[in-house]
Design a protein around this ligand. Structure first.
Ligand SMILES: [Zn+2]
Length: 317
C-alpha cells in the first residue's frame, strides 16, 4: 500500500507541481522545493522498487495497455478443460498444465482430473482418462449403442513410464518392428527411432499422456475396413464430433504430410486435447525429452514438429 501511494503521488500531483513556471523568486523557491520533494518521492519509489520488486505486481498508477498475459485462474482440475473446440485458444488455459502433465509424468489414480474407466466400457482393467473426456465418451457410447454400435476402449491414458517400456522393448530388440530386430539390424539410432515411430510414440510425445485420447475396439485398420468394424468407423466419422471426438491420425498424404500412419481406432477429445497441445507447443522443448534409450534422436528427427504436430489440421489449436 505504501508503495502504491507514493508512486501515485509522484506521477499525478508531484509531476504537475514539479514543472513550475518560476516567474518570481518566491514562486521559484516554492517550485524548487516542490521539485525537490517530488524528486525525493521518485527516489523513494526507485528504492522501493529495487527493494520490493517491480511495480507491475502492484496497481499501476496510470492506465497502461494490458499486453501482458493475464494470470491464469487456478480452477480445480475438473473445470480446467470445460471449453468447446471453438474457444480452445483462450490464453488462460494454455498455461494451465504443468510439464509433468504434458509429458505423462503423473499418476492418474492420484490426479483429480482423471477417472477410472468402468469395466463395461473397456477391455482393460485399471485404465484411466480425463473426467471431461470420459463423461463425453459415456454419452457417445450410449448413443452408439442405440444404433447397434458397441464402443470399447482398448487404450486410454498411458504414462511416460508406460511409453518408455513400449519404446525400449523395441529399441532393444525385445519386440520386433516390421519383422526386424532393431537392436541387431538397425545400428543407426535415428533410423532405429524412425522404425519405432512407424507404430509407437517416443516417450513424452504421446497424446495418450494427456488422458484426452482413446483407442477404440481394435488396433488394426483392417478391422475397420469391413463388416461390423466398418459400421463402427462409419458411425464414428458421422457422430463422434457431436461428442467432441475427432480422429487426429487421418490418411496420409491426403490430410497431412508428417506423423504416424493412419489410425482409425485413435480418437481425441478436442475440447481438452487442443488446449493441451497449445500448452505442449509452448512449454515443451527437446531438453524435456530424455530419460529413455535413443532420446538424443528426438531433435534430429524433429519429433515435436513432425509427430506431435503432424496430425489432421482440424485437430491443431
Ligand atoms: Zn492411440
Amino acid at each position: 500500500m505504501k508503495i502504491k501511494k507514493s508512486y501515485g503521488y509522484s506521477w499525478s500531483e508531484g509531476k504537475k507541481q514539479a514543472a513550475p513556471e518560476g516567474k518570481t523568486p518566491s514562486e521559484g523557491r516554492k517550485g524548487t522545493a516542490v521539485f525537490l520533494i517530488a524528486a525525493a518521492l521518485v527516489g523513494i519509489v526507485v528504492i522501493s522498487v529495487a527493494a520490493f520488486g517491480p511495480l507491475e505486481e502492484n496497481q499501476p498508477p496510470v492506465s497502461i495497455p494490458q499486453t501482458q498475459p493475464q494470470p491464469v485462474p487456478q480452477d480445480p482440475p475438473s473445470l480446467q478443460n470445460q471449453q468447446t473446440p471453438s474457444s480452445t485458444n483462450t490464453p488462460a488455459v494454455i498455461h494451465g498444465y504443468s510439464k509433468d502433465e504434458l509429458l505423462g509424468k503423473i499418476n492418474p489414480k492420484k490426479n483429480g482430473a482423471f477417472m477410472k474407466i468402468e469395466s463395461k466400457y473397456t477391455s482393460k482393467t485399471d485404465i484411466y482418462m480425463r473426467a471431461d473426456a470420459y463423461a463425453s465418451f459415456v454419452k457417445m457410447a450410449a448413443a452408439a449403442k442405440k444404433d447397434g454400435i458397441e464402443l470399447t476402449i482398448v487404450s486410454a491414458f498411458r504414462s511416460f513410464a508406460d511409453q518408455k517400456g513400449i519404446w525400449e522393448l523395441k529399441w532393444n530388440g525385445g519386440k520386433t518392428v516390421a519383422g526386424k530386430n532393431l537392436a541387431k539390424e538397425v545400428a543407426d539410432p535415428v533410423e532405429r527411432a524412425k522404425y519405432i515411430l512407424l507404430f509407437s510414440s517416443m516417450p513424452g510425445t504421446s497424446r495418450h499422456h494427456w488422458g484426452t485420447d482413446i483407442d477404440l475396439n481394435s488396433l488394426e485398420n483392417s478391422y475397420f475396413a469391413d463388416g461390423q468394424g466398418k459400421k463402427v468407423y462409419d458411425w464414428l466419422v458421422k457422430h463422434a464430433a457431436e461428442y467432441g471426438y475427432y480422429q487426429p491420425y487421418t490418411p496420409k498424404p491426403e490430410t497431412r504430410t508428417d506423423g504416424y500412419e493412419e489410425e482409425k481406432w485413435h480418437w481425441s477429445y478436442l475440447p481438452a486435447a487442443k488446449p493441451m497441445l497449445s500448452a505442449y507447443m509452448k512449454e515443451i522443448g527437446y531438453s524435456d525429452l530424455n530419460g529413455f534409450l535413443g532420446w538424443e534422436t528426438a531433435a534430429k528427427i524433429k519429433v515435436i514438429e513432425k509427430y506431435v504436430m503432424g496430425i489432421n489440421k482440424s485437430c491443431l489449436p
